[in-house]
Ligand binder design. Structure first.
Ligand code: MN3
Length: 203
């Protein structure tokens, strides 16, 4: 198989009480695995593509053969997005941002509280399934959303952080209260990893 699911980098219960163990188990073992299975099934039709990383595939969707392009966009995106999500969370995370991203947030949004408000309000409004993202555009941080499993990489932006607002990400614990999930999520973010991604975005 060209693509494989990495183990969750912490225990399934490690993000309690903000993200419950059942959601983490289903989200990683079933949802993320399904994106990988579907991506592998699509790649079987064009095995030469399997030498590329999933990131490279979604960065260059126009080079993916048309018969599997939608499958790669959705399932390659699903794989890349969830791999990032597990990495930018950690037990005992959260708190104020650190390092270079902290300075950039202050510069572009005024304060961490103002940034969170923009991110949470923008992402809460994403209609249906999708993601909220922080990207760098023209040297400035910007909050954007995408539908489905689309990733900013496909439009040339390396995502610094992103959060999943598909109902499977929060419904078991938060039901229809997407804003409550978005507010709670900041308690588990991993600023060290987000700083690494910010450095990558600025390269
Ligand atoms: Mn998801």
């Amino acid at each position: 198989m060209a693509y494989e699911l990495a183990p969750l980098p912490y225990d399934y219960a490690a993000l309690e009480p903000f993200i419950d163990v059942q959601t983490m188990t289903l989200h990683h073992d079933k949802h993320h695995q399904a994106y990988i299975n579907n991506l592998n099934a699509a790649i079987e039709k064009h095995p030469e593509l399997g030498k590329h990383t999933a990131e490279d595939l979604i960065k260059n969707l126009s080079s993916v053969p048309e018969d599997i392009r939608a499958a790669v966009r959705n399932n390659g995106g699903g794989h890349v997005n969830h791999t990032m999500l597990w990495e930018i969370m950690k037990p005992n995370g959260g708190g104020d941002p650190t390092g270079a991203i902290s300075e950039q947030i202050k510069k572009d949004f005024g304060s961490f509280e103002d940034f969170k408000k923009v991110f949470n309000e923008t992402t809460a409004k994403q209609f249906g399934s999708g993601w909220g993202w922080l990207i760098l555009e023209g040297g400035k941080l910007k909050v954007v959303t995408t539908a489905n499993q689309d990733n900013p990489l496909s439009s040339g932006h390396f995502p610094i952080l992103g959060n999943d607002v598909w109902e499977h990400a929060y419904y078991l614990k938060y039901q229809n209260r997407r804003p409550d999930y978005l507010a709670a999520w900041w308690n588990v973010v991993n600023w060290d990893e987000i700083n690494k991604r910010f450095a990558e975005a600025t390269r």
